[in-house]
Design a binder for this molecule. Structure first.
Ligand SMILES: Cc1cc2nc3c(=O)[nH]c(=O)nc-3n(C[C@H](O)[C@H](O)[C@H](O)COP(=O)(O)O)c2cc1C
Length: 364
C-alpha cells in the first residue's frame, strides 16, 4: 500500500512539548518485541532496531520493567532497574540521538498477568482475581494463576520503583518516560472496578482506584520533571481480561487530578469513534497523542484529519513502524510500505526485527 503526505499535511508540522521537539507528528508506538536478554538487559540488536527508527521523531520504547518483580508476563522483555540494564539503555539513547531522534522509555508493572514460570513472575495485583488467559513461558503456554493482592504497605514500593526507574532512564540519557497505565497491566488493573475490589484507600470509589496512578505520576514528575513525562491510558480496552464498567468516571478522576501538571503528553489507545474519547478529551490539558489501534489497513487520511481537527496533537503508529523503519520518509515520497510479518513480532533474532529495509538500504 502507498499513501502520500503532502508538504502541507498536518502530520508534517513540527511538534514541541516539554523536552520533545520533532519535525513531524507520526510517532512510534510502544511495541514489545522480546529481544532482550533473559535477565532484562537490552541487547545490541535492540540498539540497532531503535537506531533504524530514529526518524520516528519520538520513539516510545517497548514496555520495560520498573523493578525486578514488575515483569514476568513474557520472556525477554527489558528492564531498567539495575546498572547493567541502564548501561545498555545509554547505548540505545546515544544511537537514537546520533540519528537525530528522541526516545522515551515505557515503564511498566504487569501485575496479575505475570506467571511463576517466568523470571520475576510471582503475580501481585490490586485483588486476588485471575485474568482469563495464558502466559507464554519456557514450558509453553500455561493458564494464568490467581495473583496475590498487594498489602496496602507494599504500594509505596511500587510507586517508588516507577520513580527510581525514571531516574535511571534520565541518567542513561533517554529523553523521558512514558508511564504504562494501559492494556490491562497493573495500573489499569487498579483503575478497573472488575479487577480492583480493595477496601482500603486504593479501592472502591473512582478517586481511590485512580490513587496509585496519580501517586506514580507525581513521584515520577517530582524525580525527573513534568517536561520528561508522559502517560499511556486505554480507557475501556479489554486487553488482558479487563472489563471495567465505569471507564469514564475513573479516567475523569485521574485526568482531573493531574490536570495541573504540565506533562509532556497524555497518550490514549482508543478507537477514534469511541464516545469515551469525546467525553474524556476535554479533560486533557496537555498535548494529546492518539493511537487509533489495531487497524493495520489504517487510513493515514483519517490520521491527518484527527490532527487537523484538533482531536489529537500527534498520532502514534505501531505495526507500520515494525516493517518500515523510515515510515515518514516513505509517506513523504508516497513509496510502497512494507507489510509487517506477524510471525516474527515476538520471535527471537534479527529476522522481522532489524532486517526490514529503509528506502536507502533497499536501493543501495
Ligand atoms: C507486537 C506488539 C507489541 C506491543 N507491545 C506494546 C507495549 O509494550 N506497550 C503498549 O502500551 N502497547 C503495546 N502494543 C500495542 C501498540 O502500542 C499499539 O497500540 C497497537 O499495535 C495498535 O497500533 P497499530 O495499529 O498502529 O499497530 C503492542 C502491539 C503489538 C502489535
Amino acid at each position: 500500500m502507498t499513501y502520500t503526505l503532502t508538504d502541507d499535511s498536518p502530520l508534517l508540522k513540527p511538534f514541541d512539548s516539554g523536552v520533545i521537539h520533532t519535525p513531524h507528528r507520526v510517532f512510534m508506538a510502544p511495541l514489545t518485541r522480546l529481544r532482550a536478554e533473559s535477565d532484562g538487559t537490552p541487547t545490541d540488536l535492540q540498539t540497532e532496531y531503535y537506531r533504524q527508527r530514529a526518524g520516528a521523531g519520538l520513539i516510545i520504547t517497548e514496555a520495560t520493567q520498573s523493578s525486578a518483580s514488575a515483569g514476568g508476563a513474557y520472556m525477554n522483555t527489558p528492564g531498567i532497574h539495575n546498572d547493567a540494564q541502564q548501561a545498555k539503555w545509554a547505548e540505545i539513547a546515544e544511537a537514537v540521538h546520533n540519528e537525530g531522534g528522541q526516545i522515551f522509555v515505557q515503564t511498566w508493572h504487569v501485575g496479575r498477568v505475570a506467571h511463576p514460570d517466568l523470571p520475576g513472575g510471582d503475580p501481585v495485583a490490586p485483588s486476588a482475581i485471575a485474568a482469563d488467559g495464558k502466559a507464554h513461558g519456557p514450558n509453553g503456554s500455561v493458564p494464568l494463576v490467581t495473583p496475590r493482592a498487594l498489602e496496602t504497605n507494599e504500594i509505596s514500593g511500587i510507586v517508588d520503583a516507577f520513580r527510581t526507574s525514571a531516574r535511571r532512564a534520565i541518567d542513561a540519557g533517554l529523553d523521558g518516560v512514558e508511564i504504562h497505565g494501559a492494556n490491562g497491566y497493573l495500573l489499569h488493573q487498579f483503575l478497573g472496578d472488575d479487577t480492583n475490589q480493595r477496601t482500603d484507600e486504593y479501592g472502591g470509589s473512582p478517586a481511590n482506584r485512580a490513587r496509585i496512578v496519580i501517586e506514580i505520576v507525581k513521584a515520577v514528575v517530582d524525580e525527573i520533571g513534568a517536561d520528561k513525562v508522559g502517560i499511556r491510558l486505554s480507557p475501556g480496552h479489554k486487553a488482558n481480561g479487563m472489563n471495567e464498567s465505569d471507564t469514564v468516571p475513573v479516567h475523569q478522576e485521574l485526568l482531573r487530578a493531574i490536570a495541573d501538571i504540565p506533562l509532556a503528553y497524555v497518550h490514549f489507545l482508543i478507537e477514534p469513534t469511541d464516545p469515551v474519547l469525546a467525553t474524556l478529551r476535554p479533560e486533557i490539558t496537555v498535548p494529546f497523542l492518539l493511537n487509533t489501534g489495531f487497524a493495520i489497513e489504517s487510513d493515514f487520511a483519517q490520521l491527518e484529519k484527527l490532527v487537523a481537527d484538533g482531536t489529537a496533537d500527534a498520532v502514534i503508529v505501531g505495526r507500520w513502524y515494525i516493517s518500515n523503519p523510515d515510515l515518514v520518509e516513505r509517506l513523504k515520497k508516497g513509496a510502497e510500505l512494507t507489510e509487517p510479518n506477524q510471525a516474527t513480532f515476538y520471535a527471537p533474532g534479527a529476522e522481522g526485527y532489524t532486517d526490514y529495509p529503509s528506502l536507502e538500504t533497499q536501493n543501495a
